[in-house]
Design a protein. Structure first.
Lengths: 312, 328
């Protein structure tokens, strides 16, 4: 029953979900220092988008970016080692959960300044134009980032400088700990036309819809050299960060939101045997990768000041 | 060839656009208008779309330049006044300076941010500040402050070939100044101070706009038989502490002169470097700086708070007074 592609979508989303849950456990066990910002409930967005973009398209995310890193092909064991503060081929323990990057996988990194990646994506788009290469950057931000000034600056700049990029706004219902609509006078899709930018709205909990949307937006951004803003509607099914007890949530909200959980929806078209098989395979992959990551050495303290500059 | 300071900047940018195919120049009014001070005059005509105008959006300008740099290009972004760097502070400090380190060396940010700063009569509170200490404090950035037309050319070229992000803070007051520029010189590396006048009695360390007044002060003091060594620091990051300490060790007296405000200014860092390296042979320390005040609009008031040749002469004389206590 169902399309075999449904199983692929489910497997990719379940993998991100389980990694995020594993990271949360590792924070609670104090095996990860500091906090992590999880994308539980939003997995369909990176999974669908990364299935639709080009092999060299640069992706920029925020601290809620583990899903983007994994969907872009960053190896799981490296991601786990990096978040554990151990040696990794990503950032050798300098990036951690919130700043990990893997440019060799087209993943140009996360950011704690929620709107700061947008101008970088504009620059990557202009660079692609100057070099005449077929690349369309994708920058993921949350709805909260819309209210940082640099996003306003960058949307206008992208429009006037003909930057072909996708600004993907993940509207997950909360700007950190406050409901988005309490703080945002006009939502993302409605703002875009004021910059001369075409908006697209999409069901961010449906990976197939995401892929279709990103595919056509990418084609337009590339052929017309213009920015396109995608507002993907989703729900954050966890806290802002790992230590967030979510006391601000109205009673019953999470239960209501879980009805639309992208994993629950995707599972509906997969038979129980197949579902169990997928889960088992992913669970074993994560278990193995975590074991390998835990065996990685800690970074050598004598290298702590390496790479401040390219020379000397 | 004799060039004004601003033409030397223009020549360095033209050199980079010719020699380094990944160089682009962006900023407010830099393309069609040729730059508010003329630094980019004629470059749009010669290099086309590689020189382009941006909206008045300092954060997005720096962030866009960073994005291009991540992809291997060498953008030069002009920020019209040093005061306006503050609008782009997140991009400069949290983004540009972090790129190489946090990626464990996998990403590079070879961009140049050019600005000009300092006070001129009537330039007021938001067009006058000298903020080099803020940026010299940030690991990951290089900060250069050219004091002559030749250094405007040589230091900018050093920045343009650097694989690290470099902030060049030019001096608006010096833009019309003419001087000999060696346009065919080898490209220098970033860093290194220079002794611009030797002397055995006292060391002045200064940079940027105040190098010329300090040389003038040294001339006045020479009339009294005082031999003043003047060191042009040139780079606020990295500080060439070796050259500073060697001079301070020879003379035993150090006067640091800068146009930035006194408290927390780079002078304190220069003094600390010298004191740590020279020890008790450094008998006297003085700082000459703009007083700790916001910059007033009226020239009658700004003159009262800015350093001058006279205040430098006075500080050196005081440093040489036998009863003068070391600022320990």
């Amino acid at each position: 029953m169902g399309d075999p592609q449904d199983q692929n979508w489910y497997a990719a989303m379940y993998r991100i979900r389980r990694v995020e849950e594993t990271l949360l456990d590792l924070v609670r066990q104090r095996e990860i220092a500091g906090s992590v910002h999880l994308c539980i409930g939003q997995e369909a967005i990176p999974v669908g988008a990364c299935a639709a973009i080009g092999p060299d398209d640069p992706v920029i995310a925020t601290y809620r970016g583990h899903g983007w890193a994994l969907a872009r092909g960053v190896p799981l064991v490296e991601l786990l080692a990096e978040t554990l503060g151990r040696s990794s081929t990503l950032n050798g323990g300098r990036g951690g959960s919130a700043y990990l990057s893997g440019p060799q996988y087209g993943f140009f990194g996360e950011n704690s300044i929620v709107g700061a990646g947008v101008p970088m994506a504009v620059g990557l788009a202009l660079s692609a134009s100057f070099q005449g290469v077929d690349r369309v950057p994708v920058v993921s931000i949350g709805d909260g980032a819309l209210n940082q000034g640099v996003v306003h600056e960058s949307l206008n700049m992208a429009a006037v400088l003909n930057a072909g990029l996708l600004v993907l706004v993940e509207n997950n219902g909360y700007a950190e700990m406050t409901p988005s609509d309490a703080l945002t006078a006009v939502p993302a899709a409605a703002r875009a036309p004021a910059y001369g930018i075409e908006p697209v709205e999409v069901d961010g909990n449906d990976p197939a819809a995401m892929a279709r949307c990103v595919s056509s937006a990418r084609a337009a951004a590339r052929s017309d050299r213009r920015p396109i803003l995608i507002e993907a509607h989703t729900r954050r099914l966890g806290g802002h960060y790992s230590g967030d007890v979510q006391h601000y949530r109205p009673a019953g909200e999470l239960d209501e939101w879980r009805v639309g959980d992208p994993l629950t929806r995707a599972a509906q078209s997969i038979g129980p045997g197949d579902l169990a098989g997928i889960r088992n395979q992913v669970d074993r992959e994560i278990e193995t990768a975590l074991g390998q990551a835990r065996e990685r050495s800690l970074p050598d303290p004598s290298t702590a000041t390496d790479h401040v500059y390219t020379t000397g | 060839m004799e060039l004004t300071y601003i033409r030397a900047v223009n020549a360095a940018l033209g050199w980079a656009l010719r020699e380094l195919p990944d160089t682009v120049v962006l900023g407010e009014d830099v393309a069609i208008p040729g730059g508010p001070f003329g630094a980019t005059k004629g470059l749009r005509d010669e290099f086309g779309a590689r020189v382009f105008d941006t909206p008045i959006s300092e954060s997005a300008m720096v962030g866009t330049a960073l994005g291009m740099a991540l992809d291997g290009m060498r953008p030069v972004v002009e920020v019209m006044y040093g005061d306006f760097l503050l609008v782009a502070m997140d991009q400069i400090v949290n983004q540009v300076a972090n790129t190489h380190y946090v990626s464990n060396g996998q990403l590079r940010a070879p961009l140049v941010i050019r600005t000009q700063h300092g006070s001129t009569p009537g330039s007021c509170a938001q067009h006058s500040q000298s903020l080099e200490a803020l940026f010299a404090h940030v690991p990951g950035l290089r900060v250069g402050l050219p004091a002559t037309p030749d250094d405007a050319y040589q230091m900018l070229r050093a920045a343009l070939v650097s694989d690290d992000p470099v902030l060049i803070m030019e001096s608006r007051r010096l833009y019309p100044l003419k001087g000999e520029v060696d346009v065919d010189a080898d490209v220098q590396a970033v860093g290194a101070a220079r002794v611009v006048r030797p002397g055995r009695d006292v060391t002045i360390v200064t940079w940027g706009t105040l190098v010329a007044p300090c040389l003038e002060a040294a001339g006045v003091l020479a009339g009294d038989g005082i031999e003043t060594e003047v060191v042009d620091l040139r780079w606020a990051a990295p500080i060439d502490a070796v050259t500073v300490a060697a001079s301070a060790s020879r003379t035993g007296r150090l006067v640091v002169v800068h146009e930035a405000n006194r408290t927390g200014g780079l002078g304190a860092e220069v003094v600390a470097e010298a004191a740590e390296r020279v020890g008790t042979r450094l008998r006297t320390i003085r700082r000459v700086a703009t007083r700790d005040v916001r910059m007033p609009a009226s020239p009658a008031l700004s003159r009262a708070v800015l350093p001058s040749t006279e205040t430098v002469v006075d500080a050196v004389r005081e440093a040489l007074t036998p009863t003068s206590a070391s600022s320990s």
